[in-house]
Design a protein around this ligand. Structure first.
Ligand SMILES: [Zn+2]
Length: 404
């Protein structure tokens, strides 16, 4: 086994050591050229070889090459680490009372996102970072090895920029969402806020972000404003993604496809033309069932999208208001139970689908060259993620070739 050192392995201390993980009952590779030829590229009685922080070999355990170290998976399933391509984790405070009132059928007149904006502005950098790393650690324990996170609770130049600076210290997948809602400071003049988001705020935020996002919805930003915001971001080197068609029908999804956004997120209210647009372009439809669960809203129709040939990702939307879960397995179970996905499709969407929504090929699959990001399940197959909802099946997580 060659042990050439890998690149980009700053997080790994073992870049020239090879490790065999064997006695894997069922391995999801997400590489159709491996295993059974399905999109999941399933291999039974499988083994994986890790070289430094990358996968070097995947296949039948009886054909595995010699390595420096050997790990026995104990007949468990192994899957790629989850790729959670949509979260909002730079925030302070919580919205327990709002959730309790909503789920108790009581009216609640607090400010929704504005509540979190006020708490976030009042928090120190250290408090925001502590909160972020707390939820990132929680997600990692549940198998999430790649995560995207957004700003959007600062809504001033300084608070958006510091939110992104803090996020960028913990992930490469950082999204500028100054256009989450119109800032309360500009409630009387939304146009002035759009000018700020596309001007001074964008200049301050662009150095820390890879992506730009906008909440395109009645009461937030309309199609023309969303277009202006995403286009301005693109001119500064940020790539578009969009919150689209969550609460109502609207222009967001078709705008996403037109602008080649990496992802249109939510996609709960779609016309046939919206579905056709997604099927014809490279934009991934990212479904976030934690939001529908936590607001008792109508489910997005994953079956309709998959049948139309749309690439679907599943993510948590983890945020303190509308979806306070960091659990991708929970989202998989919801997608299978209530959105018409098969267990295979949901597992694919939460790993390879999330990678597609971030335009990444080095995560979300366990094939040679990909990062060695994987999760051992206390179960013989990935189907158990939906079959055993609410059970903490993720027993062990490896990230960049290291057990965490
Ligand atoms: Zn969101």
């Amino acid at each position: 086994m060659s042990s050439t050192s890998s690149t980009g392995s700053t997080g790994s201390a073992t870049s020239s050591t090879t490790t065999l993980i064997t006695n894997i009952a069922s391995l999801v590779t997400n590489d159709p050229s491996l295993g059974d030829g399905s999109p999941l590229g399933l291999i039974q009685d499988a083994a994986v070889v890790i070289d430094g922080d990358r996968i070097a070999w995947t296949g039948d355990s009886r054909k595995a090459p010699a390595t420096d170290n050997r790990v026995d998976a104990g007949g468990r399933a192994v899957i790629p680490g989850f790729v959670d391509s949509h979260s909002h984790l730079v925030f302070a405070g919580d919205r327990t009372q709002e959730f309790n009132a909503r789920m108790s059928g009581r009216a609640y007149s607090a400010g929704g996102i504005r509540t979190t904006v006020a708490a976030t502005r009042a928090a120190s950098d250290a408090e925001l970072e502590r909160n972020l790393t707390h939820y990132l650690a929680e997600a990692l324990r549940q198998g999430t090895t790649t995560f995207e996170t957004k700003s959007g609770y600062g809504l001033t130049v300084e608070d958006e920029a510091r939110s992104l600076r803090i996020a960028a210290a913990h992930t490469d997948e950082v999204t500028y969402l100054g256009a989450h809602i119109v800032s309360p400071d500009h409630a009387d003049d939304p146009a002035a806020y759009v000018a700020l988001v596309t001007g001074e705020m964008l200049d301050a935020c662009a150095p820390y972000a890879r992506w730009i996002d906008v909440f395109c919805e009645k009461g937030a930003f309309d199609g023309d404003q969303a277009r202006a915001i995403l286009t301005a971001g693109r001119a500064k080197g940020l790539h578009p993604r969009i919150h689209a068609n969550q609460l109502s029908y609207g222009p967001g999804v078709q705008l996403a496809v037109e602008l080649d956004a990496a992802s249109a997120d939510h996609c709960t209210h779609l016309t046939d033309a919206d579905v056709d647009a997604l099927a014809s372009g490279a934009t991934v439809a990212t479904l976030l069932p934690g939001a529908e669960f936590s607001t008792r809203a109508e489910w997005p129709d994953a079956r309709r999208l998959v049948d139309a040939g749309v690439t679907v990702a599943l993510s948590t939307d983890c945020n303190p208001g509308s979806s306070f879960t960091s659990s991708v397995p929970f989202c998989i179970a919801l997608a299978v139970r209530d959105m018409g996905m098969t267990p295979d499709e949901a597992a694919w969407s939460a790993t390879a689908g999330g990678a597609a929504a971030l335009r990444r090929e080095d995560v979300g699959r366990l094939a040679p060259g990909a990062y060695a990001d994987l999760a051992f399940l206390d179960a013989p197959s990935h189907v158990h993620l939906a079959y055993r909802p609410g059970v903490p099946l993720v027993r062990e997580v490896w990230r960049r070739g290291t057990r965490v």
